[in-house]
Ligand binder design. Structure first.
Ligand SMILES: [Zn+2]
Length: 223
């Protein structure tokens, strides 16, 4: 079984008029070599939010992860993704060629999207039974599985639409679902992965600060 690996946290700080990303605040700036321990507020490190969460700790959520391997190690932006739905105990229901799986491990590094609006306690009480009954229907027998048309996405989308209906909301189409739920998250995850791997390789990563790029050259003010 694959070792569940949590990524190291990332930080960002200002130095040399650049943004510098790293796993931890270095003693010296990697660009100018000066000691970084200044007490200037604008040089204090800020943490970068990690787009991944342990899916087994998420209730009533939609989860996304690479079919093979993990986001931080293996994902290349085109890798196949696998999706599932958690119950209230972090068990991940997902549809595969073997039928509906109920995973207790393997989703430790997932992109997670909560499916219940805060305060929908009635629905949360029934969630596990609802998910279990839904999964037991004939639609999700192993022999019904088809790579392109009846897969893990069909399973989660059909379930999400049942929830939306129960909440009195409109259903989502496949395209809308992908654009609204999947694409923005995988895009954000891809950016984070690029940054993460660059830091792993070189120890830090540097970008221009937007305010430094847009500042007019000195003396060009109109006043
Ligand atoms: Zn510096």
């Amino acid at each position: 079984m694959q070792r569940p690996e949590a990524g190291k946290p990332l930080i960002k700080f200002n130095h040399c008029k650049k943004y510098i990303y790293s796993f931890s605040m270095p003693q010296c700036c990697p660009l100018c070599g000066q000691v970084t321990g200044s007490r200037k507020l604008e040089e204090a490190p800020v943490s970068i939010s990690d787009p991944f969460t342990n899916g087994h700790q998420e209730k009533c959520s939609f989860l996304l992860r690479p079919t093979q391997g993990t986001f931080l190690r293996e994902y290349d932006g085109r890798s196949d993704l696998h999706v599932g739905i958690t119950n209230t105990n972090g068990i991940v229901y997902n549809y595969t060629t073997c039928g509906v799986q109920r995973d207790e491990v393997g989703w430790e590094q997932s992109v997670s999207i909560p499916l219940l609006q805060p305060g929908m306690f009635g629905l949360m009480d029934q969630w596990d039974k609802y998910l279990e009954d839904f999964s037991a229907t004939e639609a999700w027998l192993p022999q019904r599985y088809e790579d392109d048309h009846h897969n893990c996405y069909s399973y989660t989308l059909t379930f999400i639409n049942c929830v939306l209906t129960a909440e009195g909301k409109e259903q989502l189409g496949k395209r809308e679902f992908t654009e609204k739920y999947v694409v923005p998250r995988t895009r954000k995850a891809s950016k984070y992965i690029t940054l993460y791997r660059a830091i792993e390789e070189r120890g830090f990563y540097v970008t221009d600060r937007p305010d430094e790029e847009t500042n007019p050259p000195e003396g060009s003010g109109s006043c």
